[in-house]
Design a protein around this ligand. Structure first.
Ligand code: BGC
Length: 348
């Protein structure tokens, strides 16, 4: 297990951005302090060939420009808040509107656009980085002073573990997640439509045309002729045509929220790579890169529509405005604490 620090560039403010290289014998993960971002993940395929399976950019500039959230840590509130407003303790708070009529991923300058403090750490079986960020009261319209701590680590047994924590001194919605786009055949290698996905979710949130939950929780077999149903492994492309635009939906993870339980399993037959996801969160946003349009990525790679998929473990979108959803209001008496891990394997 090894960890190294590199320079990744300088922001216009003069702040230095660093890249941490974490490796065990088989896997190498690169993490950037800007956005607490997963920049690259090199993994063997069934022939032993190592490739990067994360969509992203070759330089810092790509991330500071208009990135579609490649690999970043999202906060204060991942996903959408309807009309950019919510009420806590009788006070209405307004957030920047950056997605139609709604707020997406924490506003204009969410946690993905901050340079986090980083502290590398090492244990017998892991190497990791503890990222820290202070967000003052009023930041992007949110109440309360918030201190976030996100620990990403690589383990000996090929897991990336994620620990998300936030302490906020006034009640505030919090929803932290990682927004990695994966292509298990290697970034830039076409679409992910052949990947076989299993979701441990028998329900999905219904959304309106702006992808905001309607409040209805559907059985995955209820609508679109079973296209939402991934309870048994199914190629992403099999039914995607039945979902206008593709999958961009929050699934309700089976089992008890707060317990680390299986969320998803993805297998790419071409490369023989497999990923398993576990989380404590109530939901997972399954997003199939619907809005990608030949984005220029690493070393000139082009990312077409469906060139990557995300499994964003999270609280339900718009939960601050939906009392029927599990509460995502945290505060002095309810610190935010969630966990997830992504386990990788490959045929050999
Ligand atoms: C959202 C998509 C959005 C994407 C990139 C996902 O979490 O659900 O609608 O386009 O992030 O911003």
């Amino acid at each position: 297990m090894d960890i190294r620090k590199h320079d990744f560039g300088t922001l216009y403010t003069g702040e230095r951005v660093h890249l941490y290289e974490l490796s065990n014998k088989k896997i190498t993960l690169f993490l950037s302090t800007y956005g607490a971002t997963w920049v690259a993940l090199f993994l063997p395929d069934k022939n032993g060939k190592k490739e990067d399976i994360l969509l992203g950019y070759p330089t810092l500039e790509g991330y500071t420009k208009n990135s579609p959230y490649f690999g970043v840590t999202v906060g204060r509130f991942a996903n959408r808040i309807g009309k950019g407003a919510f009420v806590v303790d009788g006070t209405t708070y307004h957030l920047p509107i950056n997605d139609g009529q709604n707020t997406l991923h924490g506003g204009y300058r969410g946690f993905d656009k901050r340079n986090w403090k980083a502290r590398p750490f090492k244990t017998k079986d892991t190497v990791g980085v503890c990222f820290e960020l202070y967000s003052p009261a009023g930041d992007e319209g949110f109440p309360g002073n918030l201190q976030a701590e996100v620990r990403y680590a690589l383990t000996k047994d090929h897991r990336i573990t994620c620990e998300y924590r936030a302490f906020v001194d006034a009640p505030c919605p919090v929803n932290l997640t990682n927004h990695a786009y994966f292509n298990l055949n290697g970034e830039g290698r076409g679409t992910i439509l052949d990947h076989e996905v299993r979701l441990f979710a028998s329900q999905v949130l219904e959304v309106d045309q702006n992808l905001l939950p309607t409040g209805k929780i559907l059985s995955v077999t209820d609508k679109n002729h079973g296209a939402f149903d991934f309870t048994r492994p199914k190629p992403i492309g099999q039914d995607i045509q039945k979902i206008p635009g593709g999958y961009d939906h929050c699934y309700v993870v089976d089992g008890k929220e707060g317990t680390l339980r299986p969320v998803a399993e993805v297998y790419a037959p071409l490369s023989g790579r497999r990923m398993r996801v576990f989380s404590t969160q109530p939901g997972v946003q399954f997003y199939t890169g619907n809005f990608l349009r030949n984005e220029v990525g690493k070393k000139g790679s082009l990312y077409p529509q469906h060139g990557g998929f995300c499994l964003e473990t999270q609280h339900f979108p718009d939960s601050p405005n939906r009392s029927e959803f599990p509460s995502a209001i945290f505060g002095p008496n309810r610190p935010y604490r969630e966990e997830a891990y992504f386990q990788f394997s490959w045929e050999s």
